[in-house]
Design a protein around this ligand. Structure first.
Ligand code: HEM
Length: 335
């Protein structure tokens, strides 16, 4: 855990110090371009790899009664047997994290801890959902830096998000909630013994990285306030592939952008790529219809058929000689 925290602090500090001593263009222009290119190419390659992977078995994970006799109620979305059912299941999974909603926890009970009790645990689902939606909203709100004129929907989002009107500049709720959700997800790994035991650098690093991005963003807005007009001109320059001078922009902005670049560079090679992977998961995107539809393994070599008609054509004379029954007698076959 500390290694990944240290790594994130190091990335932020190098970018902050580097841009303060004159390397702002490196962290604010070259690195983001490189990161975006790696992100796009990396994700496309990974998805192409998944798309090309053969699926030898019909392996949807099921969470309910499969289609059976008419009087037995089928769990249509947990055990779909049609494409529409699969679509609804995927939709609920992607937008509501339905499988996480079924999350359970096991605890030892009794005097000597001999009994086990399982119970529903919704916290992970709740904070995972809150985190992803707040992230999406913060991401969408950032479009005001990349577009001119600023789209109407971005302004609407900002108005709704800042509706509490706390302080000046207005406090955006999603930024604060995003940080709280991230801290919960981190705390869950740190304070839960079993989870801590199985957690690796790859589990902590993205969380710390996101905490770093959000903290630097929050500081940019509320504490070490960035000169937004200059920042916007700078960002528009990058978006239009004609970068302008970064002079006068606080180094904290470059720390923020560098941490985002680190996230983009890391994304395709990490577990975060599940964002695209979910669509290719055969456990989710297949219908549970293996009793009605034959699933052909694409690894099977092409079949060589020798039909009975061909067999009889080949051996007809010999078969007739030994008196075997034939579908066509030799004289009729010759006609
Ligand atoms: C993973 C992507 C990113 C995340 C999660 C993120 C997160 C945040 C957060 C939480 C804030 C605090 C204010 C708010 O809630 O909007 C913020 C502010 C800011 N971010 Fe980001 N950010 C991201 C990417 C970027 C990028 C790519 C840029 C510019 C190239 C950028 C530039 C800024 C600026 C200039 C502010 C200050 C906003 C203000 O003063 O209103 N961010 N960011």
């Amino acid at each position: 855990m500390f290694l990944s925290l240290l790594l994130v602090l190091l990335i932020g500090a190098v970018a902050w110090a580097g841009s303060a001593v004159g390397f702002a263009s490196l962290f604010g222009v070259a690195l983001p371009y490189l990161a975006l290119a790696v992100f796009i190419v990396g994700m496309v390659c990974r998805m192409a790899y998944w798309a090309k992977s053969p699926v030898p078995f019909c392996i949807p994970t099921t969470g309910g009664q499969e289609q059976s006799l008419d009087f037995i109620k089928q769990a249509k979305f947990d055990c779909p047997n049609t494409r529409i059912g699969v679509f609804v299941r995927m939709f609920l999974e992607i937008f509501l994290f339905r499988s996480l909603f079924r999350n359970t926890q096991a605890d030892l009970v009794g005097n000597n801890g001999t009994g086990t009790v399982y119970y529903s645990s919704k916290w992970l689902w709740c904070f995972a959902l809150v985190f992803h939606y707040c992230f999406l909203l913060v991401f969408l709100r950032h479009f005001r830096f990349f577009t001119e004129p600023v789209p109407f929907w971005t302004t609407c989002l900002e108005t709704l998000d800042g509706v509490m009107q706390i302080g000046a500049p207005r406090f955006f709720m999603t930024g604060g909630i995003l940080l709280a959700a991230l801290l919960f997800l981190l705390g869950r790994r740190v304070f839960n013994e079993q989870l801590r035991y199985i957690s690796l650098v790859n589990d902590y690093f993205p969380l710390w990285l996101l905490v770093g991005i959000v903290c630097t963003g929050v500081c940019l807005r509320y504490f070490d306030k960035a000169e937004i007009a200059m920042v916007k001109i700078f960002i528009m320059g990058i978006t239009h592939f004609s970068p302008v001078s970064p002079d006068g922009i606080t180094p904290l902005f470059f720390a923020h952008v560098t941490l985002v670049s680190a996230l983009l560079l890391y994304f395709p090679f990490s577990k975060l790529a599940h964002m695209g992977g979910i669509f290719f998961s055969p456990t989710r995107n297949m219908a549970n219809n293996s009793r009605r539809v034959r699933h052909i393994n694409p690894w099977n070599p092409p079949k060589q058929y020798f039909t009975y008609a061909e067999y009889e054509d080949t051996y007809r004379d010999v078969m007739a000689e030994v008196g075997l029954p034939l579908e066509k007698e030799p004289d009729r076959a010759a006609e």
